[in-house]
Design a protein around this ligand. Structure first.
Ligand code: FEO
Length: 162
């Protein structure tokens, strides 16, 4: 069984993963509005992955006889000015999420909660990938130039994400 402290911390992370899903959905909508459909697709897939992260934690809480407590999801911003600025924000956001996951791992260690520690290792590895994916696109946008006309090749490449 989960401790109350761990249950609350995991529920908070469910909320933050759902916020991430919402944030990336908003970014997808912005890319749609400027006709960068490949970027929009990439963000839509990312939004789905974040929901899957939330569900992984949700199912774990239930498996450990914890209680899921869903809270209001913060509204993400709706307007951005460029693809480059969006991906800078994605990278910064993922670094923040990595910090949250690390804090959960620290709590699991403090509480000697081996099952939660083990479950969180999936997230530790996932965050390495999440940061690397965002950093790569930040670099690519810098290379081609953060101007819609220059981003069409990258838009085509990003549309291939499944
Ligand atoms: Fe759920 Fe992008 O970290």
């Amino acid at each position: 069984m989960l401790s109350k402290t761990m249950e609350e911390a995991l529920n908070r992370q469910v909320n933050r993963e759902l916020y991430s899903s919402y944030l990336y959905l908003g970014m997808s909508a912005w890319f749609e509005s400027v006709n960068l459909k490949g970027f929009a697709d990439w963000m839509m897939v990312q939004s789905g992955e974040e929901r899957a992260h939330a569900m992984k934690l949700y199912e774990y809480i239930i498996a450990r006889q914890g209680k899921v407590a869903l809270d209001a999801i913060e509204a993400p911003r709706a307007k951005w000015t460029s693809a480059g600025k969006i991906f800078d924000e994605v990278y910064a956001h993922e670094q923040k999420v990595t910090g949250m996951i690390n804090n959960l791992v620290d709590l699991a260690i403090k509480e000697k909660d081996h099952a939660t520690f083990e479950m969180l290792q999936w997230f530790v590895k996932e965050q390495v990938e999440e940061e690397a994916n965002a950093a790569l696109i930040v670099d690519k946008i810098k290379t081609v130039g953060d101007i819609p006309g220059h981003l069409l090749c990258l838009d085509h490449e990003l549309s291939k994400r499944k």
